[in-house]
Write a protein that binds this ligand. Structure first.
Ligand code: AHN
Ligand code: ZN
Length: 244
């Protein structure tokens, strides 16, 4: 548990916690997997109950769920490399604006804290994968801008593998714009090449349930969660065998 004080853009502060789990902590070769575990305190994209928090079944919980299941699978099927799983806090409390002001730093407070102060001094990993909104029916994961900028080879490799494994309807061969998300700060602050697997519509928006009360269990598909989990597991076991 890495605790820190989150300073939100609206002036409030809160105690926040990044939750970190290390699998095979003694191994030198490591992969970083992450998601955010907070959910947005207000449903600002909704038309009603805007001041109430969202459940965040997709936006937050889906990534956590896939990573918990991955941890369970690894426990039963020994893996010869190290894996660090980080659930970042205070990702989703940022300033939502369409105006031309830079609000990047109001998002991803847990990743910003960890990036500046990793749980292990000089922590490094071969690469990182962020899962954000990976659970909805008909999810579409396009190659995201910062992933292509900071980790182009990894991005193309992951999409190629996903397509070979039959998940090409999710992992589409398209690009989408850069998204301020935890991986941006991991890339910038630690230099670990890190991609974001994140659902966007063909038009390049988030789903219509995004930051609304519709982001509940009804939008979640086991099939989507399974497809993402299996792709990440394949990457881990192939990496351990030197095949990825
Ligand atoms: C922005 O809207 C600037 N970033 C989206 C990051 C995010 C929010 N991921 C999930 N919820
Ligand atoms: Zn969000």
């Amino acid at each position: 548990m890495q605790t820190f004080e989150a300073q939100f853009y609206h002036g409030k502060k809160a105690n926040a916690v990044n939750i970190i789990g290390a699998i095979n902590p003694e191994k030198k070769k490591r992969i970083l997997l992450c998601a955010h575990w907070d959910s947005r305190f207000h449903a600002d994209q909704d038309t009603k109950r805007k001041n109430e928090p969202i459940l965040g079944a997709d936006d937050g919980a889906s990534g956590v769920a896939v990573l918990l299941e991955i941890a369970r699978v690894i426990q039963k099927n020994p893996l010869d490399i190290g894996v660090d799983i980080i659930f970042f806090d205070a990702e989703d409390q940022g300033h939502s604006t369409t105006k031309n002001i830079d609000t990047k730093n109001t998002w991803c407070l847990g990743a910003q804290h960890w990036g500046k102060k990793p749980h292990i001094p000089n922590y490094s990993a071969s690469f990182g994968i962020l899962l954000d909104m990976v659970g909805s029916k008909n999810a579409r994961f396009a190659k995201e801008g910062y992933s292509l900028q900071y980790a182009p080879k990894l991005t193309h490799k992951v999409w190629k593998l996903a397509q070979e494994k039959g998940s090409g309807s999710y992992f589409v061969n398209e690009k989408t714009g850069s998204i301020t998300d935890d991986h941006y700060f991991v890339n910038k602050l630690t230099g670990i090449p890190t991609i974001d697997i994140i659902n966007r519509t063909a038009e390049g928006h988030f789903g219509d349930y995004w930051h609304t009360h519709k982001d509940n269990i009804d939008v979640i598909s086991k099939r989507t969660l399974g497809a993402v989990g299996n792709v990440v597991l394949e990457i881990l076991y192939q990496t351990a065998e030197g095949k990825f």
